[in-house]
Design a protein around this ligand. Structure first.
Ligand code: MTE
Length: 371
């Protein structure tokens, strides 16, 4: 565990940062929390990692991106081919793991085998790469190609089989300009744990569709049969009593929902009574900007508007801050956000619970003691 102090520029508040959370013995899944305030871009070394298998060793000279399936011209590209044929584009995008805030569900029941992520499985990067749509158009899409499948070069083991992590997105999303085949994060080549030499970045969709160590793109009539599309990362509210962990009947996760989190104060914090400075992030769904953030200190009865201090782009989080006056004692602080079309967050995890604990966007609560 590492602690350091950084100044908060606007309110001169000092908060501890860089608590490294490692959720598994192999160290494949890490995150830093709380995140520093006032920072739209997460430094690459603080970017969370979520990997289902060890980082594969890839020889970049022999690496090729294969594009096949329902295309007119099955193709394969080296990094040099891509750089020669397609323009380099840049996008700021927040990557949100579908398991974000899963730990709040544990009050309702166990979620065996799932990582108990708190609010830390989220980061924002400045990504550079090639538009997926450019590459797909060069290969020529068959009219029946309704889904675009990505396959990674890692080797995941599930149900006695080894295969590359994968999943698919719809043709419409794949042709949207924000979806890129990224080679850089924050201006530097992707680190091995983030998918070197190339990964997909699907802004606005669950992190699992942003496949790392990309090796193959296959155009399909139906969604990917990959385990992580057909049997995991699916939303299923009702437990099948025969096999309660089976979510194959649920719906494959696509867009991340509207969400908002309090970064400071952190849960369990002890603060002086009086004025309490709060800050955090909020993000809309489907590329819609957050239009309002509110905080409550009385269980959601009265709400105080927060101010948005840094506006994210369509595909990245915005940062907000608020201050509230509170007497000594234990207090639960709540945040919620709205977006341009009036979408709201559910008030309780009772409304967001599902079999594998995905996409929790209930009002975020943090309990602190004021002395
Ligand atoms: N791609 C591959 N090949 N293997 C993986 O395990 N994990 C996915 C996605 N892409 C994964 C992957 C999940 S669940 C998430 S949330 C994001 O990568 C995390 O990306 P990061 O580790 O760069 O933060």
């Amino acid at each position: 565990m590492l602690h350091s102090m950084i100044p908060m520029t606007e309110s001169r508040l000092e908060i501890p940062i860089a608590r490294k959370l490692v959720h598994d013995p192999a160290g494949l899944n890490t995150a830093t929390w709380p995140l520093p305030p006032d920072q739209l871009i997460t430094p690459a070394e603080q970017f969370f990692t979520r990997s289902h298998a060890p980082v594969p060793e890839i020889d970049v000279d022999s690496w090729r991106l294969v594009v096949d399936g329902l295309v007119e011209r099955p193709s394969s590209f080296s990094l040099g081919d891509l750089a020669r044929e397609f323009p380099l584009v840049h996008i700021r995008a927040t990557l949100v793991c579908a398991g974000l805030r899963r730990n709040e569900f544990l009050a309702l029941g166990e979620l065996p085998g799932e990582l108990p992520w708190g609010p830390e499985a989220v980061s924002t990067g400045h990504w550079s790469g090639f538009r997926l749509s450019d590459v797909l158009r060069a290969a020529g899409l068959d009219p029946l190609a309704n889904h675009v499948e990505f396959q990674g070069l890692d080797q995941v083991e599930r149900q006695g089989e080894q295969f590359g992590f994968g999943g698919s997105i719809t043709r419409a999303k794949a042709l949207s300009p924000e979806v890129i085949l990224a080679t850089k994060l924050n201006g530097k080549p992707l680190a091995p744990e983030h998918g070197y030499p190339m990964r997909v970045v699907v802004p606005g969709w669950i992190g699992a569709r942003s496949v790392k160590w990309l090796g193959r793109i296959t155009l399909r009539k139906y969604p990917s049969p990959n385990y992580f599309q057909s049997q995991a990362y699916r939303l299923q509210p009702i437990v099948n009593p025969e096999n309660p962990r089976d979510v194959s009947g649920g719906t494959a996760l696509t867009e991340i929902p509207l969400n908002a989190v309090i970064i400071h104060p952190a849960p369990g914090g002890v603060l002086p009574a009086g004025r309490v400075e709060m800050f955090g992030w909020a993000m809309g769904s489907g590329g819609r900007a957050v239009t309002g953030v509110e905080v409550s200190c009385d269980g959601g009865h009265d709400w105080v508007p927060a101010s948005i201090t840094r506006n994210g782009s369509a595909w990245s989080w915005s940062l907000w801050k608020a201050s509230v006056d509170l007497p000594p004692g234990r207090h639960t602080l709540i945040v919620r956000a709205t977006d341009g079309v009036g979408a709201q967050q559910p008030s309780s995890v009772n409304d967001t619970w599902n079999v594998k604990g995905y996409n929790n966007n209930a009002w975020y609560r943090t309990t602190v003691d004021l002395a």
